[in-house]
Design a protein around this ligand. Sequence first.
Ligand SMILES: O=C(O)[C@H](CS(=O)(=O)O)OP(=O)(O)O
Ligand SMILES: [Mg+2]
Length: 223
Amino acid sequence: MLVSLSLDKSISKDVAIMVDVLRASATINVALNNFNKVIAVKDKDNAIELAKKYNAVLAGERDGAPIPGFDTGNSPVEMQNFSGDTLVLTTTNGTRILEGINATALVGSFINAKSVAQKASEIAEDHIEIVMAGVRGRFAIEDFLGAGEIISYLKNYELDEMAMAAYMASRDEEMVKKAIMNSKSSLTLQKLGFLEDIKFSIKKNIYDIIPIYEKGIIKNYTN
Ligand SMILES: O=C(O)[C@H](CS(=O)(=O)O)OP(=O)(O)O
Ligand SMILES: [Mg+2]
């Protein structure tokens, strides 16, 4: 089994795990705890239309700030206050990356690293790709380190060099925390008042939810 690491664009036709540590992966995990499904949308106007059509809660952000007129932004902490049948979610990076995945697409982060890695191991034939969301196509260290945490549960497989690097970089907990707290994404979010989201998003294995994305809909994986 090959484990590879990509940025923004997915190449796998087998299993891909989208990693967007700050904050879409965490928000999606929390949402699937409170909603039956999440409709992930790249486009803001499309999100508004779908929320009306499905009488859904409408959540989204651009560059970290909640979209005016939406019910809520992309805060995993605030998402705990919402529940229902369907959530429509549009974010700057994570929901966009999912649309570009042609493999079986799972969503992972620190908060569900062990569960998502185990499920990927179960269902993949020969290739598990971890796709870092990054920020608008640029490398984001939090997604690299979150990928490394997931890879730590896949380390007995054949790791490509990027995957090996992420695994190695993610081993020192104090360094990981410091690097993420001082990352560009984190400093932006802290300025917007979302420090609690960052602390929440880097907690390890607090969820055993396995979000699976198929044709725009994210649900909790059931066998
Ligand atoms: O909402 C977030 O935390 C980020 C905002 S930014 O574009 O990285 O500044 O979006 P996400 O899609 O969760 O990476
Ligand atoms: Mg992000």
